[in-house]
Every structure is written in structure tokens, then in C-alpha cells.
Design a protein around this ligand. Structure first.
Ligand SMILES: Nc1ncnc2c1ncn2[C@@H]1O[C@H](COP(=O)(O)OP(=O)(O)O)[C@@H](O)[C@H]1O
Ligand SMILES: O=P(O)(O)OC[C@H](O)CO
Length: 496
């Protein structure tokens, strides 16, 4: 007898997706909806929480209709989400008191600079595994409480709730019954002690976040609550929650220390499983919770590349030299091997391991012969080089030995040329799995595991299937030469 379907909601930065999986985690149907991005000032990025809610509800209903399935046949629902994006809402009405402040938003740069002047960086890094940066949710909460009239007093009275998007959706879906999140999302707040597994009173005080707004923090797999029946036609049990990059770690079955995945979307996020201790990085990588199962946390190093696929979007929308992202492959193949054009796409600063928010993009090696093809190759190569920088930092920091293979996913992992270059420049194998929707798969697995439908992680790991492996093939001499050119381009970017 069928145990029922598993549904995953992937609420991302540019779109919401709902994917229906069979009980054996075969993807059966997908629905996706984009929503509006709001840029009220330079460096500010907002989402309307009602858009997030509406696109989630409609994609779930759409995917059920498309598959000819009823909500009553869905045994478990997993939620995965764009991380750090911050919503503060009124507990009585369920309405947000301000637009969601998106992870990319830099408006709290001054708050972070003031925190750094206070000398709290070491404390933040030791307890939370993070650096002091506007990227994380803590200072975004404080900003909303200070800027919206009466919000801080209302928060202290217990009338307001904070949540990352998972938590906001859960609150709405359960009709205001459950205010909770999972440890992976909590670990992105800058006020969560990742070793103790609890919000930290001293950091809450320093950042200015009252305890009364915070959600309960739970395992990534477990019963969170049930959706109200009127939303999808019947109640569905919410059994899993994880931030999207951590869900991809699970979907890629990187359960053993030393295993690493990189998700190539608009940006790229590399996570390396470091096991059950929150190892500190010496190379400015973040330490984060990869997942929490049965009360036990597994940790990861994380490195963020802010511009990956976005460099290809720039070729298309900024320069107008391609119409579709996939054209870059043919262009890169045609590029003149004697032209050494480099692009450092630091359009919004440099992420890990440099963390230079004020850096801006640079192109080097331009000669009269450089054209579309060389620009396209430089954009694709920039993704490989940026990964190389993270990979070096991770391998230097990671005390264990073991497998150096990289598991890749995300929209840009579809580019064979880019994945081959990645293998060449890293001098490591790059594995692309059969299921490309790894993030949703991870959320579905967590929910299915909690509901007793999916097997334990080790067994699930054995079901991971390779679609294509890219093996390194570049001459070492050439690799060294190319990397030296990149290092030079990075030096120029940092000295602007
Ligand atoms: N064949 C391709 N070659 C190069 N880049 C690609 C290709 N297909 C998609 N991309 C890039 O991948 C990104 C989309 O990936 P996706 O995982 O959907 O991103 P996100 O979840 O961040 O919206 C876009 O930036 C796009 O330019
Ligand atoms: O929504 P994505 O796929 O762009 O992911 C965003 C990350 O979670 C930000 O930390």
C-alpha cells in the first residue's frame, strides 16, 4: 500500500516552487511562480510577504492539480527557503509590519560597522560561526523594530513575531498555531549559539533583539504542525524545514564529513560537511548548522559567491551579447585560447573568503582581439576561479582527509563547459546528480524521514545517482598560468 506522496515547497529569492515527489522520492510534478523584487533604495532589497504567501499557496494547489492528486494523499510536507530574509508580523492579525528584508539587503551596514567598533566580532564568530555582516537576519530584525512606529514596545510586550520565510509560512499555514523554525535557519541569525543550540542572551542584547519575538528552534526533521484544511483541501503535516543551501546538502546526501556540494544559481553557495563539532575557520569561511536530526547537529563550512549565474545574466541583460544563458557554451568553445581575459564579477562586493563589500567588478587582459566569445568564456571561468578560492580555503581549514569530489547542482550546473572548467581548475572530480532539484529533494527527504516514509540518511545516500562526472584534464602548467592570471585580477579588484 502506498504511504503517500511527499510535497516540497522551495521558497527562493526570485520564485516559489512546489514539487510533488513519490514515496521513493521520484519528482512527479512541479509548479513555479516568480514574484516582484522591490528595490526602494540602492543596496536595499525587499519582498512583499503577501507575495511570498500567495505564490506558495497557489503553486502548491497547482502542483496537486497538475499531478491529479488530493492533499489527503500527501503524507508529509517539507519547507525549504531563501535564508536570512526577515519577516516581522503581528501575532494577532498575522500581517507583516514591514516588507521582508531580503538576505542581499545592505541597509544595516552601519549597524554592523558600529558592532565591529564595539569589538564584538570575536564573540559573534565564536558563538555563531558567522562574521558581522548585514547578510544575516539579526540586524534586520533590529532595524525593523527601530524603524516601524511602536514596534519595539509591541515586540517587548510579546505582540510581534519574527521569522525567516519558513517560519512565517509555517505560522500562516497552521493558522497562527505554531511559531517555530529549524536549527539551520536559526544559525543564520547572528544571535544563535550553534554549539549550545540556543539563542544567546548576550548577543540578543548586543544586536537589540528581544526574546519575545523569537521562534522555537527545532530539528530539521520532525512534526512542526498541520496546514489548515481550507488552504489545500485537507490538512497536510509539515514534517521538515531547512534553509535552501542546507537542504541541498541533504539532497546531495553529503552526510559524511569532508563531503562538499556547491549550488550554482544566481549566486553560488559551497558547503562542506565538517561533522558533529562546530570547527572554526581560519580562512574567513562561515561555520553553520548543516542539519539537526534527533537533537544532534551536524555542521558545515560555508562559502558564498555573490555572483555566479548572475555574471551570465549580465552578459545577457547588461551587455546584450547573448539572448539565452545556454549560448555561453558555444561562445566559450570558440574563444581564442591566446586571449587571456579575466572577469572578477564583484558587482556587489566580494564574498568569501575576501568579504569586501565595497569591492567592484574588474576585467583584465583586454586587447583589441577580445570580443563576445572571450567575454563569455571569462564569465564562465570566473565561476570556476571563485569556487577555486573557496575550495582552497575549505581544504586548508578542513582537518580531515577523504573525498575531494564536488557535488554540483543549480541552474548553472547545466553548463557542461563550466563544470569541465571547474574540474580542471580545481584539479578535482565534479559530480552532477540525476535529480537537479536537489534543494527540494532535501526538503522532501527531511519530511519523508520524519514521517517514517524515507530511510535513514545512510540508506538515502546510497540512492544518490550520478548523471555525469567531470574529471580534471588540464595540463598542470596551464592551470598554474591561468590561476596566476586570476590572482592578479583579484589583486587589482582589491586595490581599487
Ligand atoms: N546553460 C547555462 N549556462 C550558463 N548559465 C546558466 C545556464 N542555465 C542557467 N544558467 C544560469 O543559472 C542561473 C539560474 O539558476 P537557478 O538555480 O534557477 O537560480 P536561482 O535559484 O538563484 O534563481 C541564472 O543566473 C542563469 O544565468
Ligand atoms: O533563494 P536562493 O536560491 O537564491 O538562495 C539564497 C540563499 O539561501 C541566501 O543565503
Amino acid at each position: 500500500m502506498s504511504k503517500g506522496y511527499i510535497l516540497a515547497i522551495d521558497q527562493g529569492t526570485t520564485s516559489s516552487r512546489a514539487i510533488l515527489f513519490s514515496e521513493t522520492l521520484v519528482p512527479l510534478a512541479i509548479a513555479q511562480k516568480e514574484f516582484k523584487q522591490h528595490f526602494p533604495q540602492p543596496g536595499w532589497v525587499e519582498h512583499d510577504p503577501e507575495d511570498l504567501w500567495a505564490t506558495v499557496v497557489s503553486t502548491v494547489n497547482e502542483v496537486l492539480a497538475r499531478a491529479g492528486t488530493r492533499a489527503a494523499e500527501v503524507a508529509a510536507l517539507g519547507i525549504t527557503n531563501q535564508r536570512e530574509t526577515t519577516v516581522v508580523w503581528d501575532r494577532k492579525t498575522g500581517k507583516a509590519i514591514h516588507n521582508a528584508i531580503v538576505w542581499q539587503d545592505r541597509r544595516t551596514a552601519d549597524i554592523c560597522a558600529a558592532l565591529k567598533r564595539k569589538g564584538v566580532e570575536k564573540l559573534v564568530s565564536e558563538r555563531t560561526g558567522l562574521i558581522v555582516d548585514p547578510y544575516f537576519s539579526g540586524t534586520k530584525i533590529a532595524w525593523i523594530l527601530d524603524k516601524v512606529d511602536g514596534a519595539r514596545t509591541a515586540a517587548e510586550r510579546g505582540d510581534l513575531a519574527f521569522g525567516t520565510v519558513d517560519s512565517f509560512l509555517l505560522w500562516r499555514m497552521t493558522g497562527g498555531k505554531v511559531h517555530a523554525t529549524d536549527a539551520t535557519n536559526a544559525s543564520r541569525s547572528m544571535i544563535y549559539d550553534i554549539e549550545k543550540g540556543a539563542f544567546d542572551a548576550e548577543l540578543m542584547e548586543i544586536v537589540g533583539v528581544p526574546r519575545a519575538v523569537l521562534p522555537e528552534v527545532r530539528d530539521s526533521a520532525g512534526l512542526f504542525g498541520a496546514t489548515e484544511a481550507h488552504l489545500f483541501g485537507a490538512e497536510i503535516k509539515v514534517c521538515g524545514i531547512a534553509g535552501d543551501q542546507q537542504a541541498a546538502v541533504v539532497g546531495q546526501a553529503c552526510f559524511k564529513p569532508g563531503m562538499m556540494k556547491v549550488t550554482y544559481g544566481t549566486g553560488a553557495f559551497a558547503l562542506l560537511n565538517v561533522g558533529d563539532k562546530p570547527v572554526q575557520s581560519n580562512n574567513r569561511l562561515l561555520t553553520t548548522v548543516a542539519y539537526q536530526l534527533g537533537g544532534k547537529r551536524t555542521y558545515a563550512f560555508e562559502g558564498a559567491i555573490f555572483v555566479a549565474g548572475a555574471a551570465v545574466q549580465w552578459l545577457r541583460d547588461g551587455l546584450g551579447i547573448i539572448k539565452h544563458a545556454s549560448e555561453t557554451q558555444g561562445l566559450a568553445e570558440q574563444a581564442d585560447p591566446n586571449q587571456n581575459v579575466y572577469l572578477v564579477p564583484a558587482f556587489t562586493g566580494l564574498g568569501a573568503p575576501y568579504w569586501e563589500p565595497d569591492a567592484r567588478g574588474v576585467m583584465t587582459g583586454l586587447s583589441r582581439g577580445a570580443g563576445r566569445a572571450e567575454f563569455a568564456r571569462a564569465a564562465l571561468e570566473s565561476v570556476g576561479y571563485q569556487t577555486y578560492d573557496l575550495y582552497q580555503a575549505m581544504r586548508a581549514d578542513w582537518p580531515g582527509t577523504g573525498d575531494t569530489t564536488l557535488r554540483v547542482d543549480g541552474g548553472m550546473a547545466a553548463s557542461d563547459w563550466t563544470m569541465q572548467f571547474l574540474a580542471d581548475v580545481l584539479d578535482a572530480k565534479v559530480d552532477r546528480p540525476e535529480i537537479s532539484e536537489t534543494t527540494a529533494l532535501g526538503a522532501a527527504y527531511l519530511a519523508g524521514y520524519a514521517a517514517g516514509i524515507c530511510p535513514a540518511p545512510e540508506e538515502f545516500g546510497r540512492s544518490w545517482r550520478l548523471q555525469k562526472q567531470f574529471t580534471p584534464g588540464m595540463e598542470e602548467d596551464q592551470r598554474r598560468k591561468k590561476l596566476a592570471g586570476w590572482e592578479d585580477a583579484i589583486r587589482r579588484t582589491r586595490s581599487q
